[in-house]
Ligand binder design. Structure first.
Ligand SMILES: Cc1ncc(COP(=O)(O)O)c(C=O)c1O
Length: 434
């Protein structure tokens, strides 16, 4: 792939401090740039002129956005904050605010240097753009074997990367740090190693305990110290939903973003689950590396903006504006607490149901869980798919078979129905083995 001079300029911003980051980028990642010449720059130059016939939207005679009243009357936002394009890397005010918010939510980030978040069209898109920037066909992505199934479509089918899994848990139900280490130690040292971690995890609902998180950070840092060029993709979709003491509550981005110059942390997070706006499609991509310079971060942000521009052009402007308003609203913290408390109540109800029904262990065992939207069970004697189908047919109960384990979304089940949900699973499993 021949390099456009604008891509070369960005690569030249990366090389002086972190030539290793260039090695982490995919061929596409090396070649992409955010176009400063062409339509965007000519449009910027025409800004404020009496006649500006550059921009690709339509305006009313008075210069306001031309829009259909059937839509504008349904939307309370100012027209200019809803109907026009947002910049490809996102609204600057939203990016600034999210950066402040992630520091507030992960105090370990205070006084650390990392990039400005780039807005993407929610986390699926952020993961896809991370694959665009860092994964070539045949690259391996190391991750626990309990992972969100869409990773297959995002990383493997779209970009040809291979998912290289290790068992998520040890026999005694701890996060399998040694499994991660073993995968990192495979193959020659000094090459690119891509890792993808998702905490709280979908499907298991597990977040590492404080000591497990420290061990993960140490294993990744040791690989970087040994010369590997580590790209740590951190899927923080369910960030903040931690329901137990002793569980690591920060984003693991905080300790990783300045762990080592050979370790680039890529935080992918957003409003989807954190703010209960699944259909809004607003997420963020943020970069951190030890010694990261303003030039390095400018280049990574510009490459991400370029990848987004070439992919979806830009993310939903009304959704960005609505979130900006919500995050600045005085009631926001209390509203979030109410939602958190509701999910925590359901989590605690599930724990209580399992504790008060020891007989359930004849039919299924629960995998470790302490956070997020889900928990999983492993049927003891029946096939998971047979059980799932039986639950649908005989018990009017829907669950998900995730490669042999059954995922239960307590986030989506009213608290009063949780006892019946587990009773149904127990009865179905018992019925099938009778
Ligand atoms: C682990 C994980 N990551 C990412 C996503 C995608 O989120 P979004 O809807 O923001 O694309 C999901 C959604 O279910 C998820 O479970």
């Amino acid at each position: 792939m021949s390099l456009d001079p604008q891509a070369k300029q960005l690569n030249d911003l990366i090389t002086p401090s972190h030539p290793q980051v260039l090695e982490m980028l995919s061929q596409r990642g090396k070649a992409i740039y955010f176009p400063k010449l062409g339509v965007l720059s000519q449009s910027a130059e025409a800004n404020g002129k009496e006649i500006n016939a550059t921009i690709g939207i339509a305006l009313e005679e008075d210069g306001s956005p031309l829009c259909l009243p059937s839509l504008s009357e349904a939307i309370k936002l100012p027209k200019a904050n809803a109907f026009t394009y947002a910049p490809s890397p996102g609204r600057p005010d939203l990016r600034k605010l999210w950066k402040e918010m992630i520091v507030q939510k992960s105090p370990g980030l205070k006084s650390k240097t990392f990039s400005q978040p780039v807005v993407c069209s929610a986390l699926t898109h952020g993961l896809s753009m991370a694959a665009y920037l860092f994964c070539d066909a045949g690259d391996k992505i190391i991750l626990p074997d309990l992972y969100w199934e869409n990773y297959d479509l995002i990383f493997n089918l779209a970009y040809g990367a291979e998912l290289e899994t290790f068992p998520t848990f040890t026999a005694d139900g701890k996060f399998n740090v040694e499994g991660l280490r073993a995968k990192l130690n495979q193959g020659p040292r000094g090459g690119k190693k891509i890792v993808c971690l998702n905490f709280p995890n979908n499907p298991s609902g597990y977040t590492p305990l404080v000591d497990e998180a420290a061990a993960i950070v140490s294993v990744l840092t040791q690989a970087a110290e040994a010369g590997d060029k580590v790209v740590a993709i951190l899927d923080d979709a369910y960030f903040g939903l931690v329901f137990e003491k002793g569980v690591y509550e920060e984003s693991i981005f905080a300790p990783l973003c300045d762990a080592h110059p050979n370790l680039l942390a890529v935080k992918i997070d957003g409003a989807t689950k954190e703010d209960y706006v699944w259909g809004f499609r607003v997420g963020f991509m943020t970069y951190g590396i030890q010694g990261g310079t303003p030039g390095l971060y400018e280049a990574l942000e510009a490459k991400t903006g370029g990848a987004i521009r070439g992919n979806i052009s830009n993310s939903s402007h009304p959704a960005q504006s609505l979130l900006l308003a919500a995050w600045s609203s005085p009631g926001y913290a209390a509203e979030k607490k109410r939602a958190f408390d509701l999910l925590k109540k359901r989590y605690e109800a599930v724990k209580e149901i399992l504790a008060s029904h020891p007989e359930y262990s004849e039919a299924f065992t629960a995998l470790p869980f302490n956070s997020g939207y889900f928990m999983c069970i492993k049927p003891v004697k029946v096939d998971t798919e047979v059980l799932r189908k039986n639950l649908l047919a005989e018990y009017s109960t829907g669950t998900v078979n995730f490669g042999g384990i059954l995922r239960v979304a307590f986030s989506a089940t009213p608290t009063e129905k949780l006892p019946r949900l587990f009773e149904n699973i127990y009865k179905a499993a018992k019925g099938l083995t009778a």
